[in-house]
Design a protein around this ligand. Structure first.
Ligand SMILES: NC(=O)c1ccc[n+]([C@@H]2O[C@H](COP(=O)([O-])OP(=O)(O)OC[C@H]3O[C@@H](n4cnc5c(N)ncnc54)[C@H](OP(=O)(O)O)[C@@H]3O)[C@@H](O)[C@H]2O)c1
Length: 328
């Protein structure tokens, strides 16, 4: 089968190439998916650069989410023969690597159906952002209806899902973007407030809106101290990324005064059982919102498989709003 590899010694997008490799083994409790589309995510770029090695036991091939067709099924003896899926089903899934290839082996418990009315390309853009945002905004952040959420980089894959999920769960959604050209796009997702950080600091603007109960932060660095200033009493700051750096200096007095909580999480190192639980939550609570049209996939661009290098460059350039997808 075809799979993407990085040329020996290379780390740039131009070093990505397509090679021929054997199909993956399909263990108990797994299905083989014929991949039609794969989501392109920032960790793929870090992996290409050698900065995010695949965890032990994971495929060395890049790619953390896919959509495609079930090619074969190997039931798990302890889970019974009653597999809820059939060969030929259209599915999408979070995968622990291996998505940039014609076939990938996926834990049966991590499968999600392609939401009704969506294309396979759109479905491939959903697992990573749906699971990450549900886990961090709803579970870690404990967002409740009537509360206010702040999300930075609202034009990003994670940011756009946070806007739509936050609105769907009854929250006021305050956002920041870098540039006036992003404002209308983020408003169209349903954001109540869009702050352009290229024209001024966001802290006063968020305070003027009454502050945030939950902040989902993909940038960290100097934003952490500013985020704490934006939190309401008993607010929760949830870190899921670190575009501005992984260290921060904060005034802990502010934390104590506000009885605030700082937390964070990563999706990839979670156990298969934990990912299975999360997948089932997302299927029950997020998939109906997608099928009802309250949450829609936001695919910025679909690249042919042979142009995987261009897809990485496009994502890395920051020119996109929404998600980038490969078509195999
Ligand atoms: N913890 C987890 O489990 C988990 C899971 C998935 C993703 N993530 C992380 O979440 C982040 C977003 O992922 P994504 O796929 O949504 O990425 P993406 O679409 O590439 O978006 C990146 C966003 O970050 C903004 N940004 C980049 N550098 C910035 C800076 N220095 N200051 C302020 N904003 C900045 C970008 O703004 P512009 O558009 O203006 O450049 C853009 O909105 C990534 O860091 C990713 O690693 C974490």
């Amino acid at each position: 089968m075809r799979a993407v590899a990085v040329r020996e010694g290379g780390k740039t997008a131009a070093d990505l190439c397509i090679i021929d490799v054997p199909r993956p083994d399909v263990g108990r409790g797994h299905v083989l998916i014929r991949v039609t589309h794969a989501g392109v995510n920032r960790p793929d770029i870090l992996q290409r650069r050698g900065l995010y090695p695949p965890p032990a036991g994971a495929s060395p091939i890049m790619g953390l989410e896919v959509a495609g067709i079930i090619e074969s099924i190997v039931p798990h003896p302890d889970w019974g023969d009653d597999v809820a899926w059939n060969i030929g089903d259209r599915v999408c899934a979070l995968v622990n690597g291996g998505g940039y290839a014609d076939y990938v082996s996926v834990d049966i418990r991590h499968l999600l159906p392609v939401p009704q009315g969506l294309s396979l390309a759109e479905a491939a853009s959903l697992p990573e952002v749906s699971l990450t945002v549900y886990a961090n905004l709803i579970e870690h952040g404990g967002l409740k209806a009537g509360e206010a959420v702040l999300v930075h980089g609202a034009n990003s894959g994670i940011g756009s899902m946070t806007v739509m999920l936050g609105k769907s769960f009854g929250a006021k959604v305050i956002t920041t973007v870098r540039g006036a050209d992003r404002i209308d796009w983020v408003r169209a997702l349903g954001a109540d407030v869009v702050i352009d950080t290229t024209t001024g600091d966001f802290v006063e603007a968020v305070k003027a809106e009454g502050g945030a109960d939950v902040i989902l932060d993909i940038v960290a660095g100097d934003y952490v101290a500013k985020n704490i200033l934006c939190l309401k009493p008993k607010g929760r700051l949830v870190q899921v990324g670190m575009a501005r750096g992984n260290t921060a200096e904060i005034d802990v007095t502010r934390l104590m005064q506000k009885q605030a909580i700082i937390t964070g999480s990563m999706l990839r190192p979670r156990s298969p059982e934990e990912k299975a639980r999360l997948t089932s939550e997302v299927r029950a609570r997020v998939w109906p919102l997608i099928e009802a049209g309250a949450i829609r996939p936001v695919v910025a661009k679909v690249f042919p498989f042979a142009e995987v290098g261009a897809a990485h460059e496009f994502l890395d350039s920051g020119a996109h709003s929404g998600k980038v997808v490969l078509e195999l």
